[in-house]
Design a protein around this ligand. Sequence first.
Ligand code: FE2
Length: 354
Amino acid sequence: MKNEIPNYYFPGDAGSFDFQLPTKIIFGEGTVGRLGSEIKQLRGSRALIITSSGMPGRQSTKDIISDLDRAGITTNIYSSAPPEPSVDDVDKSFKFANKIKPDILIGLGGGSAMDVAKKVAVEIKVPKIMIATTAGSGSEVTHNSVLKVDGRKQSFTNIKLAADVAIVDPDLLITMSATGMVSSAMDAMAHAVESYGSRKGNAITRALALKAYVLTKNNISPALSGDAEGRRNIAMGSLMAGMALTGTGTTLGHALAYPLSDRGISHGLSLAIILPYLLELNRFDAGYADELKSFRQGYCVIPEITWNIMEMAREVDADDRHLSNNAREVTLQQIAEVYSAIRDESHNTGLGSR
Ligand SMILES: [Fe+2]
């Protein structure tokens, strides 16, 4: 595996910076068992868990609920947080929460469930604990919620969206599908690449981002074959990439991924599709791009969408918020070439998810 990771130096690196990470992080196998005591430390007794529809049936969720029951904590579950949630989905969760009147909110899931939970917790003014069940979004530590507004992804950023406690228990990844694990790990790798090269970066964010990239890259295969250390390392990589994002936000990779998500492709899969092209455009470990492309083709199918290449490229080109902080400038032509290459890939591959 090639490691051609460059050193970026920007004028801002020499100056002063703020780095604020208010979240208490609890990491390790079995740590989800500490949820009850963490709720009590935050003086909670009526918990509302916001999660996605597949979660209540999982044994790990049943274990969480019986743990809380034993700890004397009343628990309700709202399991209608959809993938790629919108502000309307937040509104529905908010209405449910208003009926239950919890004194603590738990976000359980990937980025979508946690982003809804974080936003609702701020609206009803209660503490929040995020439990990550994928290794990818970093939402358990970030200060933002990504929600669709009128069908388009928007990132709401506010330090109030930071969780009080983040629990990252690598054992929760055991039940993930291979496709889910690959696409979410590639979302985390994109976070690392984008944060590392961000013009808003500093010594701390770059150290976190670089370590996150190496951990995720080197451990995705062991994690897929069921290796506990590999699983632990991708969970840590995702967490560190999320921590790095709190100082920088995302840049080019997410700008390129949003038009895909806006056309129905999930966030993780969008980033898995984009990541090899991001490595090439940002000249970050670019020698790995081709190998990564064929690796991800083994797990992720690029869905058929209507490829309005120039329309999509123009949407990215107008996304100044992401592009202005990217390591390198990209032209409309380069962006269009990425989508053309992806369209060609989508026709040449598609062996099916596994
Ligand atoms: Fe992401």
